[in-house]
Structures are given as structure tokens and as C-alpha cells.
Design a protein around this ligand. Structure first.
Ligand SMILES: C[S@@+](CC[C@H](N)C(=O)[O-])C[C@H]1O[C@@H](n2cnc3c(N)ncnc32)[C@H](O)[C@@H]1O
Length: 287
């Protein structure tokens, strides 16, 4: 039985989300309220949800493949379409402990992409490095790595997959000269900010009001970060021969990003992968 204030809030939630979605969310929120370390009340959680805050920020976690990652504002909540291509990438490539991959994830957010690869690939087959410009993201990605029991350092006596993250600006013209990165890499992954100015105006309020604009804006055309990634990849010795670059793309960007990547020297071929809803979601380039 819900106490009267929660009943009123739940009825309001039903009007806004529909009965079955509101009932599902009530169940998750009630469970989160019971287990919350911060002793947050169900009333508070329902009120936050009614104000349009994303459910994942209120609960504090989001499943990503077999992982359950911590999420909190303003770091971007990992999306199911990202999970889908990362699992496909994990199936398509098979690094081994004898030939481990060195990965660079650009704009890591919660750390979801490299942490899932660390979890799915064989022990000792992946050394994942990540950058982000946001200190909130870096702190959260480190917490997620500890939660997933992914160590930072390679231990020659106990080979494990490793993950570390630093603060760096992928648009900076001095990124390579600053010696923050350590190429060559075998795999580059990124779900960069790709929303254009015009698309931003049509985003749902729950995104605009709660998620970091830095995680969303990809410049006026939405393509600024892909051009920056292509410039990096073009630098001789940045990606090893046989290396792979996997980039998530936004609405109607796949062909444009494919062209941008094909212009980068040494790319042998590119593919476009679809998401579970049939949308062109990932451009994969092979060196
Ligand atoms: C779309 S989010 C993706 C986050 C995460 N990879 C995911 O898939 O959920 C883009 C990320 O890029 C970061 N970012 C934005 N501008 C950046 C820059 N100039 N250099 C490095 N990271 C940046 C944001 O802070 C954000 O975490």
C-alpha cells in the first residue's frame, strides 16, 4: 500500500506516462528507495520523476550489457543503441592475451564502451585508455571501473584487462604535442557529441534540462568531432596497420561520417552498422 502523498504523485505519473509505464517505474523507484544509501524517500523520487528527471539519474544506475553502471547528472546516460554496437564490436573482433589490443575511447562519459569491452573480451587481451573533457565524467568512469573490478595497471603476474581515463580535449590542436596520449592504438572507439544546433531545439526536455550540453553538441553541423577524429587518425603511427575505428553517429550522419573517414589516409574500407531499430548507427573503418 502506498502512503497518500505517494498515491497522488503516482496518479500524476500515470497521467503523464500511461498506466503500465508508470507502474513499472514505481516498482523500480520503490526498490531504489528501499536500497538507497542516501535514505531518499519514494515521495522525493516520484516528485523528481514527475518534474521530468530521467529515471536512471533517480535510480542511480543503468544496465549496459551485463554491467550495471553508475550514472549521475550531468554525465550522459548510456543508451541502448550504444550497448548494441559495442556488443557487436566485441563479437566481430577477438584480441588475445598474446596479441592484446590497445584501445583509445574518445569522450568516454561513464566509461561504458571500454568497460564493456574489458568485461567481454578475454583476460589480458585489452588495455583500454579513455579521455573526456568533463571532470564529472572522469570521476564517474573511475568509479565504474572499480565497481566492475577493472584495474588501471597491467600486472605481468596476473594479466587482466585494464582501463584508465584522463582529462583531455579531443578538439585541441595541441592534443598530440601535449603528450597526453600514447599511440599507436589498435582500436579507436567514440560516441562523440553529434547533435547539431537545429536538432538541439527538438530534443526532449528531460535531455536538455539534465544531461550535459558538452556531451551533446557536435558543433553547428553536428560533425565537428568526426573531423577531429579523422585528423588524429590521419597522423602516421596513430593507429596500427590493421587497426579499427568504430564511431557512433546521429540521424542521417552515417554517409557523411563515412566520407570523412574515407578521406583519412590509410583507411582501407568502411562499413555502416544498423541499430536494433534499423537506423544507421555506427561507422566502422578498417586500416
Ligand atoms: C555523447 S557523450 C558519450 C559518452 C559515452 N561514451 C557514452 O556512449 O555514453 C560524449 C562525451 O564526450 C565528452 N566530450 C565533449 N567534448 C569533448 C572534448 N572536446 N574532448 C573530450 N571529450 C569531450 C563529453 O563530456 C561526453 O562525456
Amino acid at each position: 500500500m502506498l502512503p497518500p502523498p505517494a498515491v497522488a504523485l503516482f496518479n500524476a505519473l500515470k497521467s503523464s506516462l500511461g498506466s503500465s509505464q508508470a507502474t513499472r517505474e514505481l516498482k523500480w523507484l520503490a526498490q531504489a528507495a528501499r536500497t538507497s544509501a542516501k535514505a531518499t524517500s519514494l515521495d522525493d523520487m516520484l516528485a523528481r520523476r514527475l518534474s521530468g528527471e530521467p529515471l536512471q539519474y533517480i535510480i542511480g544506475s543503468q544496465p549496459f550489457g551485463p554491467l550495471n553502471l553508475l550514472v549521475r547528472p550531468p554525465v550522459l546516460i548510456p543508451r541502448p543503441e550504444t550497448e548494441h554496437w559495442v556488443v557487436s564490436l566485441a563479437d566481430a573482433l577477438s584480441p588475445t592475451a598474446q596479441n592484446p589490443y590497445k584501445l583509445l575511447d574518445l569522450g568516454t562519459g561513464t566509461g561504458c564502451i571500454p568497460l564493456l569491452l574489458c568485461h567481454l573480451w578475454r583476460r589480458g587481451s585489452l588495455r583500454a585508455h579513455a579521455i573526456d573533457i568533463s571532470l564529472d565524467a572522469i570521476e564517474l568512469a573511475k568509479e565504474n571501473a572499480s565497481l566492475c573490478k577493472i584495474p588501471q595497471e597491467v600486472d605481468p603476474l596476473n594479466p587482466r584487462n585494464t582501463f584508465n581515463v584522463i582529462r583531455a580535449n579531443m578538439l585541441s590542436p595541441t592534443l598530440l604535442r601535449d603528450h597526453l596520449l600514447d599511440p599507436p592504438y589498435d582500436l579507436i572507439t567514440s560516441n562523440p557529441p553529434y547533435i547539431s544546433w537545429s536538432e538541439y531545439l527538438n530534443l526532449p526536455e528531460s535531455v536538455v534540462h539534465h544531461e550535459d550540453p558538452k556531451a551533446l553538441f557536435g558543433g553547428p553541423s553536428g560533425l565537428e568531432f568526426y573531423h577531429a577524429i579523422a585528423r588524429l587518425v590521419r597522423v602516421p603511427g596513430f593507429v596500427n596497420p590493421g587497426g579499427v575505428i568504430a564511431l557512433e553517429v546521429g540521424h542521417e550522419q552515417a554517409n557523411l561520417v563515412q566520407e570523412i573517414m574515407q578521406d583519412a589516409a590509410a583507411i582501407k574500407r568502411t562499413e555502416i552498422w544498423l541499430d536494433p531499430w534499423g537506423k544507421q548507427r555506427t561507422v566502422v573503418a578498417y586500416m
